[in-house]
Design a protein around this ligand. Structure first.
Ligand SMILES: Cc1cc2nc3c(=O)[nH]c(=O)nc-3n(C[C@H](O)[C@H](O)[C@H](O)COP(=O)(O)O)c2cc1C
Ligand code: SF4
Length: 485
């Protein structure tokens, strides 16, 4: 993982710990409407992929245990991890691209209702992503994968040579030399692995995305509603398809790229299709980037424009994140795929305790505040969720007091201690296990290993009732906590 060169160490603290009475008066524990859905409190567990689905994308008992554990902390809302809207193989990521997924998702919803005594509202994040391949072995790339073109022949001065001779010549060249022979996409495929972009208009299925995606998202949302969720979060953030449409790097010439009003067109069309396909008592919102944090990427002025457009269109909530792009990801090892959280923009998304002058806590607060101000100035009351580095009551309450957001998201802190909201609400904030922002969990995510937290995954391993990773070395859910008395 990339780290800022300043390497300043930050230590998260519990901050001011409120009494039970003070917590009861706090904004954080006051209700809020998310469109048709009422949250009992303004606490929100954002989407986190725990790598517990089957290879075919079905809910497992481990998936259910994972969400039930968060639900026992009774946050206002939980957003279930990024769930694929297509019926295509995508490894152990949850899927919702066919009716056969509804049953498992319904079990998940029931488990959350039961574990939170009906208090926690449940949303599911709907995602579309484009194809990405592993970085090839250069030998195999030149032997098999690369299509030899007239361009290569011209650049090498080998117009009439046998294809095998051209392949052998390319395989013997240095990267500097290859830069003059391969096209930029070919060079990228060699160094990082092939990756589709929304701007690959020569590919018919990419050109057709605006025709295809509204229906796919709308069908997936209806399945979520049939499974019993309270709403969906359209994933318009990070490195995925919809975020790529919003990005300043989107130069499509078909009316869906270039100017900011073109880039927001498909996200609005997807929203309209989803809204029209689900009942009015079902919430529909999105998560998108307050800043892309890449060279030439969208900035907060773009995000404020999008926020107003989403609010005007009638979204029930807006949740922000930042960064997490492929554009600056680290080169993967041979046989591995590029990962969007390995470069500076990935750091912005999940900043670690070793940081720069700005520190890892609240990097998204200022831009989210600017988005919310723009939405309010335009006359909309759409609730805004801000996430990033939140780990104690004082900080969460300040975000609400300062008008940065209406709901506070906390991903890693909730993983470290799923009961942290409940402990604070009960005046027991001193018992909170505070996240150290080491990104141990994120390292597991990157390797597609079952995500756990280093603060609890070795606890009670000798207890036969504890479910563990297949190697038996880590527990899969946080230890239980029961309020005293
Ligand atoms: C293990 C892990 C998995 C994540 N998966 C998702 C995801 O599926 N969708 C998403 O929008 N963000 C995902 N995130 C990002 C978090 O939702 C959140 O934005 C980020 O961790 C920063 O918030 P925090 O400082 O409260 O952890 C993930 C984060 C972690 C640590
Ligand atoms: S492993 Fe635990 S302590 Fe470390 S960053 Fe993740 S949630 Fe926080």
């Amino acid at each position: 993982m990339w780290r800022p060169p300043q390497r300043i160490r930050y230590e998260p603290s519990q901050g001011h710990i409120p009494t039970r009475e003070e917590a009861a008066r706090a904004r954080l524990f006051s209700p809020v409407a998310v469109g048709p859905v009422r949250l009992a409190q303004r606490t929100w567990v954002p989407a986190m992929v725990p790598w517990r689905a089957t290879e075919d994308g079905f809910v497992t008992s481990d998936v259910i245990d994972w969400y039930a554990r968060f639900a026992r902390g009774r946050p206002g809302a939980i957003v279930v991890e990024a769930t694929g809207i297509r019926d295509i193989p995508s490894g152990p990521l949850l899927r919702i691209g066919h009716d056969r997924y509804i049953e498992g998702l319904r079990d998940l919803v029931s488990a959350v209702r039961e574990a939170s005594a009906g208090e926690t509202r449940l949303f599911i994040q709907l995602i579309d992503f484009l194809a990405i391949r592993r970085r090839p072995d250069p030998k195999k790339y030149f032997e098999r994968f690369l299509t030899i073109t007239g361009g290569h022949r011209d650049a090498l001065g080998m117009a009439d040579a046998h294809e095998n001779d051209i392949r052998a010549r390319l395989a013997a060249m240095s990267e500097d030399e290859l830069l003059n022979v391969l096209t930029p996409p070919e060079f990228e495929a060699l160094r990082f692995g092939y990756r589709e972009r929304v701007t690959d208009m020569h590919l018919p299925h990419i050109a057709a995305l605006p025709q295809v995606l509204p229906g796919l998202f709308a069908d997936a949302a209806l399945r979520a509603q049939r499974a019993g969720f309270d709403g969906v979060e359209l994933h318009y953030a990070h490195a995925y398809t919809m975020a790529s449409f919003l990005s300043r790097t989107n130069t499509r010439q078909d009316g869906y790229g270039g100017a900011v009003e073109n880039r927001v067109k498909l996200p609005l069309e997807v929203f309209a299709a989803v809204r029209a396909n689900v009942p009015q008592d079902f919430a529909v919102g999105c998560r998108y980037l307050a800043e892309e944090c890449i060279a030439g990427g969208s900035e907060v002025s773009d995000a404020a424009y999008f926020g107003e457009a989403f609010a005007r269109a009638g979204m029930d909530f807006i949740s922000t994140s930042r960064g997490g792009k492929f554009d600056d990801a680290k080169q993967p090892g041979i046989g591995a795929a590029a990962y969007p959280y390995t470069g500076p923009s990935g750091y912005e998304c999940m900043p670690q305790y070793i940081s720069d002058e700005r520190g890892p806590f609240g990097r998204n607060a200022e831009p989210t505040g600017a988005i919310r101000r723009r939405i309010r100035e335009a006359g909309f009351e759409t609730p805004v969720v801000c996430t990033g580095g939140v780990h104690n009551f004082e900080f969460a309450e300040k975000l609400l007091r300062d008008g940065v957001c209406d709901i506070v998201g906390a991903a890693r802190q909730s993983l470290a201690d799923p009961d942290w909201f409940r402990k604070i609400a009960l005046g027991l904030g001193g018992a909170v296990r505070t996240c150290e922002f080491t990104n141990y969990c994120e390292g597991l995510d990157q390797k597609h290993k079952a995500v756990t937290c280093q603060l609890w995954d070795k606890d009670g391993l000798d207890d036969p009732r504890v479910t563990r990773t297949p190697d038996g070395k880590r527990r899969l859910v946080a230890p239980d906590w029961t309020p005293p008395g």
